[in-house]
Design a protein around this ligand. Sequence first.
Ligand code: NAD
Length: 298
Amino acid sequence: MRIGFVGLGIMGKPMAKNLLKAGYELVVFDVVEAPLKEVVAAGAKAATSPSDVASQCEIIITMLPNSPHVKTAVLGKNGVIEGVKAGSIVVDMSSIAPLASREIAAELATKGVEMLDAPVSGGEPKAVEGTLAIMVGGKQEVFDKVKDILLKMGASAVLCGDIGAGNVTKLANQIIVALNIAAMSEALVLATKAGVDPEKVFDAIKGGLAGSTVLNAKAPMVLQGNYKPGFRIELHIKDLQNALDTAHEISAPIPLTSQVMEIMQAMKVDGKQTEDHGGLIQFYEKLAGVKVRKGGAQ
Ligand code: NAD
C-alpha cells in the first residue's frame, strides 16, 4: 500500500522512516529540501506538492507545525484536496486546534474523503523508536483501517472520540507536560539554592509519587544545561494558546496553564523560543540567581 507523508521535520522524518522500515511504499513532501532528500535516500519517492502526494496515495499523513500549516497543505493551492481521490483517508498527526481539525475534515468530506486527527506524544526519541503514544479522533471504521499503520509509528493508538477528540486529548497532554516542567523547575531551583545537589534530589524522588516521565526525560537534560530541542518552547506556546482558546470557548477555566504560558512568553522575550521546553527552568534560575547543575549550585 502506498502512503503519502507531508511534513518531514523533527517528528515527521523519523516517523516516515519507520513506515519505510515496515515495508510500506512512501511518497513524501516537505517545503524544505534537506529532510526530503534524507527520506528519499532511505527509500521514499519525492513528490512536488501535497496535491502530488495525494494523487499517488490512498492514505495521506500530515505532520506539520500548527493549524494554518495544515490548512495550507490540505486545503490550499496545490494542497491535498486538489489531488486526492474519493475514498482516500487523511490522517493529520500534527498537534492543532480541535476546531481546525473539524473544519478541515468537513471540507475533505465534500470530496468523499475521510479524516482522522491523530496527534502524538513522546517527542523525537519515541518518534525514532516508533513508540509514540497516538491519540485519535474520528470514525471507528476509519480508525480500524489505519490502526496497523499507526502502530508502526507508535506503541499505542487510542480512539478517543469523534473528529477533534485526538487534539482535545493532546491539549490535555500538553497542559500536564507544561505544568510538570514548571513544577520540576521550581523544585530543582529551590533545592539547589538550599544547598542540596539537584542530581541527588532527582535520584531520591524519581521512584516516588513525584516521579514522572517528564521528570525522567527533562531532569537529566537540565542538570547538564542542555536545552537542545526536542520540543521547542515556541511549539509549546502554540499548544497552550490552542488550550486557552479551546478552554475559553467552552468556559473551562485553566488558571495554572495561563501562568505557565506567561513564563513561556517571558522565555520568548529572552530569545529562547527555539530551545527545548525543559529550558523553561532558566526563568526560575534567573529569579533565584542560581544555576541548577550536577553537583550543586553554579
Ligand atoms: P518541525 O517544525 O520540526 O517540522 C515541521 C515540518 O513541516 C518542517 O519540516 C516544515 O518544513 C514542514 N512544513 C511546514 N509547512 C509545510 C507545508 N505547507 N507543506 C509541507 N511541509 C511543510 O516540527 P515537529 O517538531 O516535527 O512537530 C510537528 C508537529 O508535531 C507539531 O504540531 C508539534 O507540536 C507536534 N509534536 C512535536 C513533538 C516534538 O517533540 N518535536 C512531540 C509531539 C508532537
